[in-house]
Ligand binder design. Structure first.
Ligand code: ADP
Ligand code: MG
Length: 404
């Protein structure tokens, strides 16, 4: 019975770790430097310099776009830090407020966040959005404050509740020569979500777009090397393996995915009592890691929706173009239903599914012409390689005992 007295936690604590600073690999950690985003930082600085040189003379509205995990959020956060530092030194009042619209999905929730930033202990209920907006405007006036508001993952808000976008983009429309005290940076993954906005809002937002491009292989290598230097002990991973990891990341372009693999590979290596990451631990980590958001999304999908998602995946895989029409997906869907002898869902039901997938951020739908029942929509899968999505869907179907 000696094994009972063995303390596994003590054992683990005694083990040498490969991490120098494990928390620097966590999702929310913003590193001090962002290699290969210098250009974007400099562009943001140019656009917002008037907040310092001529406070409250102008309200800037900027839109940032680009794929997942390419440093949009991190860049803006670092920029916010720089800007407030410079402002503080000069006694200029700037409040940097970063809100994630995936978490705060209504105008009310966003407004209350801003008000609570300005007034600690402000009650959560009892005010209308209009009240809240007025409180915000009054506060900035009284405190001579400029708010730089970041609406990150703005697409979630556009699909849900556009009111605040309308009011914020119109704020100073008919006030001439008055102080302008709120600026806005919206961040979206894919510009196609903007099609749902009215033309005046659209034109305001489209005036200044900063497009973040995907990193190249070399850039990914540099970035991962830097993050490795921060998080892992010396010589835990060889340059060749960093190259291999960079190639894994290149397909998706998502640095976060690379950091997750790295973390997992470290854990695997540690569990095997290795004092370095082997190529096998890297491969294993890659195989077991599906981006969390996608795993979560697939887990709760109904059978009917899974079949429809499979239809999207297969028809896209068979297409030479990166996006595909709704009718092409329907053809594929019919084939799947026939082979499973399953009754097809109605056209409108499938169209609803499509919109749900869009809200979940799995696909983008680019409507080319609205009048023919969305038939001229181009559909694209975001963020996950099609083969991988296909493999995951088959795995789910297999677990349900369904063979295709
Ligand atoms: N140029 C870079 N240098 C260092 N780390 C980076 C860089 N770009 C992205 N990252 C890291 O990758 C992860 C994803 O970046 P994030 O800004 O959240 O992406 P996005 O907002 O575009 O989805 C974060 O952990 C971030 O710190
Ligand atoms: Mg982000």
């Amino acid at each position: 019975m000696s094994s009972i007295s063995k303390n596994y936690i003590e054992d683990l604590l005694r083990k040498p770790t490969l991490f120098k600073s494990e928390e620097t690999l966590s999702i929310d950690y913003v590193p001090e430097k962002l290699p290969h985003r210098e250009k974007e930082l400099s562009l943001l600085s140019q656009l917002f310099i008037s907040l310092i040189t001529n406070p409250n003379s102008i309200s800037r509205k900027i839109l940032i776009t680009g794929g997942t995990g390419i440093g949009k959020t991190a860049t803006v956060k670092i920029f916010g830090k720089m800007l407030t530092e410079v402002a503080n030194k000069r006694d200029i009042n700037i409040a940097y407020i970063h809100i994630n619209c995936r978490k705060e999905r209504t105008s009310y929730k966003i407004l209350i966040k801003i008000v609570q930033y300005l007034h600690k202990n402000f009650p959560k209920r009892g005010y209308s959005p209009q009240d809240l907006l007025e409180i915000i405007l009054e506060t900035v006036r009284n405190k001579n404050l400029h708010i730089l508001l970041i609406l990150d993952e703005l697409n979630y808000l556009i699909d849900n509740d556009k009111d605040i976008i309308y009011s914020l983009t119109r704020l100073y429309d008919d006030s001439f020569n008055q102080p302008q005290q709120i600026s806005l940076i919206g961040i979206v993954r894919d510009i196609s979500c903007l099609h749902n906005l009215d033309s005046s809002t659209l034109s305001t937002l489209q005036r200044n777009i900063i497009k973040f491009n995907k990193y190249t292989l070399k850039e990914i290598y540099d970035i991962l090397s830097y993050r490795i230097q921060l998080s892992l002990k010396k010589n835990v991973i060889s340059n060749d393996l960093i190259k291999m990891l960079s190639e894994i990341v290149l397909n998706r372009g998502d640095i976060r995915y690379g950091l997750n693999i790295l973390w997992k590979a470290c854990k695997i290596a540690e569990s095997k009592d290795l004092n370095y990451i082997s190529s096998e631990s890297l491969r294993l980590a890659n195989e077991t890691l599906v981006p969390y958001s996608i795993q979560d999304f697939l887990k709760y999908l109904s059978y009917n929706k899974i079949l429809f998602l499979l239809a999207i995946t297969l028809s896209l895989k068979n297409s030479i173009k990166p996006s595909i029409s709704f009718s092409k997906i329907l053809e594929q869907y019919e084939i799947i239903c026939e082979s499973l002898q399953k009754k097809k869902k109605s056209y409108s039901q499938l169209w609803n599914y499509l919109n749900d997938f869009k809200k979940d951020g799995i696909i983008s739908v680019n409507i080319q012409s609205k009048n023919i029942r969305g038939r001229k929509s181009l559909i694209k899968v975001l963020d996950i390689p099609l083969e991988e999505l296909e493999r995951l869907i088959y795995k789910i179907l297999q677990n349900k005992g369904i063979k295709l």
